[in-house]
Design a protein around this ligand. Sequence first.
Ligand code: GLN
Length: 201
Amino acid sequence: MNIGVLALQGDVQEHIQSLSDCGVTALPVKTAEELQSIDALVIPGGESTTIAKLARSFGLMDLIKDRIKAGMPTYGSCAGMILVANKLEDAAVGQETFGGIDMTVRRNAFGRQVDSFETDLKFKGITEPSIRAVFIRAPWVESVGKDVEILAQISDEQGKSHPVAVRQGRVLATSFHPELTGDNRIHKYFVEEICSELVKG
Ligand code: GLN
């Protein structure tokens, strides 16, 4: 099984490292040909508007949309979460997404004053210790459709909960950056719980 990391912009190397540490082959993906050669895709953190524009100009936008629709296991972190959302709040004008999860994601949801922070989160399906989650100008999930499973949530200053990790079928998304902490359990979850479904058939 080959897992690709979309390598248009963002923290590509960190995801390749985390996946390699899980014992899978991870390759950067920049072209249609490279996209064809992979079984699963990770969309890294970075800037979602830039990644979307580059995907469009590299001829990858529709190909990735189609692969996700056809059931390719996909994991988006931070900007990657934005890119697998079917709908956005606070999007840039004309901002496109690949889609894949029936959810509305709010960009830069934690407010401008909260540029980045870290916290410990409980993640459904991953046992103790909790996950150290790094948020950098992160989105959160505003609402989800009925087929979306919420895996982790965070409370805002008013005590309202917002999903920050979700899954619908073979598509996983987190608001935070597990590739930056050296803890590979989220990547392992993606590989073992989602990608291995392909091997099992
Ligand atoms: N705010 C960024 C965006 O809208 C995401 C930030 C990140 O990936 N760290 O794309």
